[in-house]
Design a protein around this ligand. Structure first.
Ligand code: NAP
Length: 302
């Protein structure tokens, strides 16, 4: 008899990874931030205020800013929006950001990235006063993070580390591999993991044999901006996989289905890193307001 081999479960192993849900911890952090915002407003008569600055009308940026403003309003954080045309020059943008830095009614500033071609984005970021840099984009904030000094974290990296803590992931002595080295994401998340005693490898577009590095990762952070770029077959069995990517169609930088068969923990997209990013932004805005309004005895949010 010519028996057809049985289709065993090992042909297509079931997902082994536990989901790292970012929505529940984000909701808790936002709720605590809202309580603190209400207390600040009650005591000082001034609500915490986040100013958002948007250059041009890039649809993704418009959506991100709208979402961040809506979350602020819901949490009792006032939002002030500055919309500038795509034709704006560096000088004008810097002046607008400087104006918000000097405005005592504004406690946090978010300049939506990217600001478009032909503008010196770094100059615009540097016009944000350090005490209002709730998105953690200035050299001041970056250096403070690097030295382990108080300051505002870059929001997505801050959210990632918080999520790792929520799931009890031990970082000391672990090999963390960060794929991507952008100033707002890859670079700072690697530095934060280093600050938590992980051994960190950065990979980027010039890295030779990327897969060989990925295979060594106990903690893998994908921050590339290419849909399903990292494949499950390269994930070390038992690794913790953080997918910071967010590509059109709600797709991350990791091929979720194949990675979930090897990882021990993995973030979904959406519902993983994204909600944590916004929650950290709100919490840092409330902490900035508390500092500027002299409310010093509230419990720390982060
Ligand atoms: P980015 O500025 O474009 O940086 C992408 C990085 O990926 C660069 O460092 C680049 O290397 C590296 N890269 C590109 N091709 C590569 C390749 N073939 N092999 C290895 N590395 C490669 O992007 P980003 O702003 O960091 O964003 C990355 C992703 O995260 C995007 O999907 C974005 O939407 C998402 N994101 C999500 C959130 C959130 O809240 N969830 C926040 C921010 C960003 P080089 O430096 O050599 O060019």
């Amino acid at each position: 008899m010519n028996a057809t081999p049985a289709h065993t479960p090992t042909d297509t192993p079931a997902p082994t990874a536990r989901l790292m849900d970012g929505t529940a911890p984000a909701r808790r952090l936002v709720a605590r931030s809202a309580e603190a915002a209400a207390e600040i407003t009650r005591r000082t008569g001034t609500a915490p205020c986040l100013a958002t600055v948007l250059v041009g009308e890039d649809p993704a940026s418009v959506t991100y800013v709208r979402m961040k403003r809506a979350r602020c309003e819901k949490a009792g954080i006032r939002s002030l929006h500055v919309a500038l045309p795509a034709s704006v020059g560096t000088e004008e943008l810097v002046a607008a950001v400087q104006g918000l830095s000097d405005d005592p009614a504004v406690h946090g500033i978010l300049l939506q990235h990217p600001v478009g071609p032909g503008i010196d984005e770094r100059a615009a970021f540097e016009a944000i006063a350090p005490e209002k840099d709730v998105d953690g984009v200035t050299t001041h904030s970056f250096a403070a993070m690097g030295f382990g000094l108080p300051g505002f974290a870059s929001c997505t990296p801050g959210g990632i580390v918080r999520l790792l803590d929520e799931y009890g992931v031990e970082l000391a002595g672990k090999h963390a591999v960060v794929v991507g080295r952008s100033p707002i994401l890859g670079k700072p998340v690697g530095m934060m993991l280093l600050g938590r005693d992980a051994t960190v490898t950065y990979c980027h577009s010039r890295t030779a044999d990327l897969a060989s590095h990925v295979r060594e990762a106990d903690v893998l952070v994908a921050a590339v901006g290419k849909p399903r770029f990292l494949r499950g077959e390269d994930v070390k069995p038992g690794a913790v996989v953080i997918d910071a990517g967010y590509n059109p169609g709600n797709v991350g930088d990791v091929d979720f289905a194949s990675a979930a068969r090897r990882a021990s923990l993995i973030t979904p997209v959406p519902g993983g890193v994204g909600p944590m990013t916004i929650a950290v932004l709100l919490a840092q805005t409330v902490e900035a307001a508390a500092g500027q309004l002299g409310v010093r005895d509230l419990p720390r949010l982060l």
